[in-house]
Design a protein around this ligand. Structure first.
Ligand code: ATP
Length: 402
C-alpha cells in the first residue's frame, strides 16, 4: 500500500518539501530511512501531523553533518538515545537511529544498541505504533506493516507486540490506555490480560517517568475518558497506594478550572489535593514533583487545619505565607465557613497594605531601631482587625503606638 496521497493530505506543504529534501540526502548517502510509529498511525487515520518521526539505519548526528550545505538543516537538539531534532524549512523533525532495546529489569530504562529498522519496529509498544513508510526514492511512501497494525486500526484495537511488554516498560500501561481513550479503541483481549499482569510493575517506575505519563494524560483532549480507564484497571492504586482515582481527579480538575487555576499544573494540583494529609508529602516525593509542589502540599495541609472560628489577625497570620494558588485550590473543597475565611483573606485582608514607612515614623520622632518595626507591625495589625486606612489615618493610628 502506498500512502503518498494520505501523507499529502495530513502534512503541510513545507513538511512535505522537508521530507523530500531529506529523501534526496538519504538516497545520496545510501542510508535507509522511514517515517515511523505514531506519525504513520496518524497519517493512516487522516489526522493532521505535528510531529514527524524518522528512523535511519545510521547515527543521525553523523548523517546530518554529511548533508549538502544547501539544504540548510539546523540541529536543534540531541536527546537521550541519540535522537536528533532538526529544523528544516522551519519544520521540526525527529531523526532517530534504528535501535533495539534490552530491558535488564522491569521499570528501568532499556540498554540500547544500533539495529536494523525491522528491529526498531519490533521494539515498539503497540501494533498501531509499529508502522513505517519508506522515504527513499526506491520505496517512497510504501507502507510497512510487519505487525498487522492496519488490521488493528481497522478493528479499533490496541494490541501489544510481545508478552513481556508491560513488564519491560510499565509506562506502556498508561500509553495503551491513553491511546484507547484518545482514539476510542479497545484493548485486545490478550493485551488486557498482559496489562493486568503488568500492573504490579508500576510501583517500580521512577517518579519522573510516572509523572511524565500522568501529565500526558492530563493534556489529552479526552482525558476524562482516559482517567476512567485508569480506574477500570486500578492503575493509580498500583502506582502508589495513596494516589487518587481517576473519577475524583476529573471532578477536582473541573472545580479547579472553574476557579481559574492555571491549566499547566491544574491536574497535579488536583492530584495532590486529593491525597490525605498524612500521605501527601510521601506521594509528592514518589512523583518527584519538586519543591514547588512540596510547598503547595504543606500549604493546603495548613489550610485544612484552619479553625473555622478565627480572628481576622489570626487568619492573616496563618495565611500570609501561603500561596494564592493553594488558597484557591483548597477553597474548592474545604467547609463553607473556612471557604468564607479564605475569601475574606484574599479579597480583603491580603489587600491591606501599610502606606507609611520607617521614615514617616522617624519624622514623627521615633528613634531609629527596633521600635520602628514594632510600631509598623502594630499599625498593620490594627488595620487587619478594623479595616484598611488612608495614609494620614495610618499615621494617626501609628502615633498611638509610639
Ligand atoms: P502522541 O500522538 O501521543 O505523540 P506517538 O505515538 O507519536 O503519540 P510518542 O511518545 O511521540 O508517541 O512516541 C513515538 C513512537 O515511539 C510511538 O508511536 C511508538 O512507536 C514509540 N514509543 C514511544 N514510547 C514507547 C515505549 N514506551 N515503548 C515502546 N515504543 C514506544
Amino acid at each position: 500500500m502506498n500512502i503518498e496521497n494520505l501523507l499529502k493530505k495530513t502534512i503541510s506543504s513545507s513538511q512535505y518539501r522537508a521530507i523530500n529534501i531529506l529523501s534526496e540526502q538519504f538516497d545520496r548517502l545510501g542510508i535507509r530511512a522511514f517515517i515511523v510509529g505514531g506519525t504513520v498511525r496518524d497519517i493512516l487515520l487522516g489526522k493532521a501531523i505535528t510531529d514527524i518521526d524518522i528512523v535511519l539505519e545510521a547515527d543521525p548526528q553523523d548523517v546530518t553533518s554529511e548533508f549538502d550545505v544547501k539544504c540548510e538543516v539546523e540541529v536543534h537538539s540531541i536527546s537521550q538515545f541519540g535522537t536528533c531534532k532538526i529544523i528544516l524549512l522551519d519544520q521540526i523533525i525527529d531523526l532517530a537511529m534504528a535501535r533495539k532495546e534490552e530491558y535488564l529489569s522491569p521499570g528501568d530504562l532499556p540498554v540500547v544498541e544500533q539495529a536494523s529498522f525491522e528491529d526498531d519496529l519490533a521494539r515498539r509498544d503497540f501494533s498501531i505504533n509499529a508502522f513505517a513508510a519508506g522515504i527513499n526514492s526506491s520505496d517512497w511512501c510504501e507502507l510497512i506493516d510487519f505487525h498487522n497494525g492496519l488490521a488493528d486500526l481497522t478493528s479499533k484495537q490496541i494490541r501489544v507486540l510481545h508478552s513481556k511488554s508491560f513488564e519491560d516498560d510499565p509506562t506502556r500501561i498508561f500509553r495503551g490506555l491513553r491511546y484507547s481513550g484518545r482514539l476510542g479503541f479497545d484493548l485486545e483481549k490478550g493485551t488486557q490480560k498482559k496489562m493486568m499482569e503488568g500492573l504490579r510493575f508500576l510501583s517500580l517506575l521512577s517518579g519522573v517517568r510516572l509523572t511524565n505519563e500522568i501529565r500526558k494524560i492530563f493534556s489529552e483532549e479526552n482525558s476524562d475518558a482516559i482517567l476512567s480507564l485508569l480506574d477500570q484497571y486500578e492503575v493509580m492504586t498500583y502506582a502508589h497506594e495513596s494516589f487518587p482515582n481517576g473519577a475524583d481527579l476529573t471532578k477536582r480538575r473541573d472545580l479547579l478550572q472553574s476557579v481559574g487555576i492555571d491549566p499547566h499544573n491544574r491536574g497535579f494540583y488536583a492530584f495532590v489535593s486529593l491525597i490525605g494529609s498524612t500521605e501527601r508529602q510521601n506521594a509528592i516525593e514518589r512523583l518527584n514533583l519538586g519543591n514547588e509542589f512540596m510547598k503547595f502540599g504543606s500549604d493546603i495541609g495548613r489550610i485544612e487545619l484552619l479553625e473555622e472560628k478565627v480572628s481576622r489577625s489570626e487568619l492573616n497570620d496563618q495565611l500570609k505565607q501561603i500561596s494564592e494558588t493553594a488558597i484557591m485550590v483548597a477553597g474548592t473543597y474545604v467547609s463553607r465557613k473556612t471557604k468564607s475565611n479564605l475569601d475574606l483573606f484574599l479579597q480583603e485582608l491580603n489587600e491591606i497594605k501599610l502606606l507609611i514607612d520607617g521614615q514617616d515614623l522617624i519624622d514623627l520622632g521615633v528613634p531609629e531601631g527596633p521600635r520602628v518595626g514594632d510600631v509598623l507591625s502594630k499599625t498593620l495589625a490594627h488595620m487587619i482587625e478594623s479595616g484598611s486606612l488612608s495614609k494620614s489615618e495610618q499615621l494617626i493610628i501609628a502615633k498611638n503606638f509610639i
